[in-house]
Design a protein around this ligand. Structure first.
Ligand SMILES: Nc1ncnc2c1ncn2[C@@H]1O[C@H](COP(=O)(O)OP(=O)(O)O)[C@@H](O)[C@H]1O
Ligand SMILES: [Mg+2]
Length: 238
């Protein structure tokens, strides 16, 4: 049985439908990348999986439990944690207080303050500072650490490289294998295709609320990816 099996997910905002029957499967220990242009529905998909956005129809099974439609805190308690797009740190709280907010839903497991500081030592050094005084990359580490504090089995990372310098992105991505070693599966959403192809064993490309391509990075051709990413525009421009 797969760790995550999402079937025919439909979600949206008011009258606007953003997901049109998305299927997604993830094996335990896997790193999956979801790529796609701006507006493809990547964030909507992650937020729906995390319960931050209501599921309009479809089913989500995780670790053998039906989670579709449950509120966010129940989904977090079941072992799915979201690192939201734009980080969403609490500006008035210190680094450590932000991390502790992630332990609000506390599951047993290897992740606690000490383990997060082991993963990102700079956060220990700055643990009393207001989170917003940190650099963008350090703030992203806080957001990842906060999600880990709930001891998830699945970490959903939404554009963790956005707006960061390549060397900073590299540093953050170096932490992912260490996270996986602790038994955490990861879904990363990236607009940066090369970053996604580097880290993931499997890549899913979304366009206009649908999954349009899926496969192992070394088996997908560049043209296939470009076609899936940009759609008909690629063909027309030839
Ligand atoms: N809060 C919102 N209200 C209305 N429409 C939204 C909202 N958030 C996203 N959308 C729309 O849903 C679609 C998918 O957006 P999103 O999931 O954020 O895409 P991505 O993360 O791939 O850039 C887009 O057309 C976007 O404009
Ligand atoms: Mg997004």
């Amino acid at each position: 049985m797969s760790l995550l099996e999402a079937r025919a997910l439909i979600a949206g905002y008011g009258d606007f439908q953003a997901l049109y029957g998305v299927d997604l499967t993830l094996e335990s220990g896997e790193v999956l990348a979801i790529i796609g242009a701006n507006g493809a529905g990547k964030t909507t998909l992650l937020r729906t999986l995390a319960g931050a956005l209501p599921l309009r129809s479809g089913s989500v099974s995780f670790d053998g439990h039906a989670l579709g439609g449950l509120p966010a805190h129940r989904i977090c308690a079941a072992g799915i944690a979201l690192v939201p797009e734009g980080r969403r740190l609490f500006p008035s709280l210190s680094v450590e207080e932000n991390l502790l907010m992630g332990a609000y839903v506390r599951r047993s497991g290897p992740w606690n303050l000490q383990a997060v500081y082991g993963l990102f030592p700079i956060l220990h050094e700055f643990h009393r500072r207001p989170a917003t005084e940190l650099s963008g990359g350090q703030q992203q580490m806080v957001a990842i650490g906060r999600a880990l504090m709930s001891n998830p089995h699945l970490l959903l990372c939404d554009e963790i490289s956005l707006g960061l310098a390549p060397v900073v992105v590299k540093g953050i991505y170096q932490a992912l294998p260490l996270v996986c070693e602790q038994g955490v599966s990861v879904i990363v959403v990236e607009q940066d295709i090369s970053q996604a192809l580097r880290v993931a064993r499997r890549v899913v490309c979304m366009r206009e609320g649908r999954v349009v391509l899926e496969g192992a990075p070394d088996r997908l051709l560049r043209d296939q990816i470009a076609q899936a990413y940009f759609g008909a525009a690629v063909e027309k421009s030839r």
